[in-house]
Design a protein. Structure first.
Length: 405
């Protein structure tokens, strides 16, 4: 338990953290990686270069300071981060390293304003926060390893099939080298793949949503190929251009909190943009597999026909549902007389035609797509708790306030 004095000191630092948060986290990552370059085998270098990881960590530190007296208020955020940590193989003995360089960064950026009293209070608070993460992640590792076919870190998988789904998306079917079954998972979860690319100094990790329902003898991920000169494209280009059937990659057990609640019976909308359709495919197929009677609306947006992956599979799955509805649209269609439901960006006017206010909406796609759709759904009166979305990359914030006071 933290003392009231420590709680008061930490909460008093919120304004300065809001002003200098990204400066602190930027210095933190710079100094930590300089002292411990082995950690670059875990962190996404592109997110670092683009500042996304620094912003995400700053937001987390600010939230922790605000709610240090009731950390249960930010447990959903903690749970999401812990899933990513478990997927990346982050272990308890790495937390003291993070704590050391975070405190050094606070002291460096704030200078004389970071008194010994403030640093000591933050050291105590960080220890309490780290203990929460360590305990949660310990249970996650245990759960991942204890289920049939499970494991707690990374293990080798063979690419048994490679299928081009569109001009930018390719599916990879993965089967364990050891011959054991693949564990079950919740619709919407992802796996982490770890690759060593020739010429790259460090191991690279990427997290990809599973794109088929559980219950098979393989995992399927469907990867968008980024442009050759796109920094975030190193792994996707390597997978598309160099990884072939019969090759092996290392994979972590499924993780993630953006999952379909199969116990609910309210109408549901699965709304995706671009490669954001991958978790939606898993959710849709899972609903079909249990012969769901829910009203299910599947909406997908793509740049044009050539970018639309899984179109036939989507249509088939929706037709197998008793109350399935399928809509898709293109930003700039190639065929002016095509059978798409809308053109341009998915907007409030179209959503209002096909979604009722009591619908539970799952949304996944690029950040601009997410912002537009989530804003439109809120404007249509759909409660915040019924608007569920997933970012690809470090968590960001769409709603004005992530945690209610």
């Amino acid at each position: 338990m933290l003392s009231q004095k420590t709680i008061d000191i930490v909460k008093s630092t919120v304004p300065v953290l809001e002003e200098h948060g990204t400066k602190i986290t930027s210095y933190f990552y710079k100094t930590m990686f300089a002292a411990h370059p082995e950690l670059l085998n875990i962190f996404n270098h592109v997110n670092q270069a683009q500042g996304r990881q620094q912003t995400a960590l700053a937001n987390t530190v600010i939230a922790a300071a605000k709610y240090i007296d009731r950390l249960e208020a930010i447990l959903p955020v903690v749970d999401q981060i812990a899933h990513k940590h478990r997927g990346l193989g982050i272990k308890a003995d790495q937390y003291p390293i993070v704590g050391k360089y975070l405190l050094l960064a606070i002291k460096h950026v704030l200078g004389d304003a970071a008194t010994d009293e403030i640093i000591n209070a933050w050291a105590e608070a960080y220890g309490a926060i780290a203990d929460v993460f360590i305990a949660i992640e310990k249970e996650m590792y245990k759960e991942a390893a204890s289920q049939p076919g499970g494991w707690d870190d990374f293990k080798a998988f063979t690419i048994i099939k490679k299928v081009h789904e569109s001009n930018v998306i390719t599916s990879f079917y993965l089967k364990p080298v050891d011959g054991k079954p693949v564990p079950t998972y919740q619709p919407g979860q992802y796996i982490t793949i770890r690759v060593k690319i020739p010429g790259e100094e460090y191991i690279l990790n990427r997290q990809y949503s599973l794109s088929n329902a559980p219950g098979n003898e393989y995992f399927r991920i469907s990867v968008k190929r980024e442009a050759d000169n796109e920094p975030n494209g190193k792994v996707s280009v390597y997978l598309h251009d160099h990884v072939q059937e019969g090759d092996q990659i290392e994979v972590s057990a499924p993780a993630g909190v953006f999952t379909l609640n199969m116990e609910e019976d309210a109408p549901i909308a699965l709304i995706s943009g671009g490669v954001g359709l991958t978790p939606m495919m898993t959710m849709l197929e899972s609903l079909v597999n249990v012969d769901s009677k829910r009203d299910v609306t599947f909406i997908h947006s793509a740049r044009n026909e050539e970018y639309h992956a899984f179109k036939e599979e989507q249509m088939k799955l929706c037709s197998q549902l008793e109350n399935g509805h399928y809509y898709f649209g293109y930003e700039k269609p190639l065929d002016p007389n095509g059978d798409y439901a809308y053109t341009g960006y998915l907007n409030k006017e179209f959503l209002e035609k096909v979604i009722d206010s009591n619908t539970i909406c799952y949304v996944c796609g690029p950040v601009p797509f997410l912002k537009g759709v989530v804003t439109s759904l809120a404007a249509l009166g759909i409660p915040e708790e019924n608007i569920r979305y997933e970012f690809f990359g470090p968590s960001m914030q769409l709603m004005p306030e992530a945690v209610n006071n």
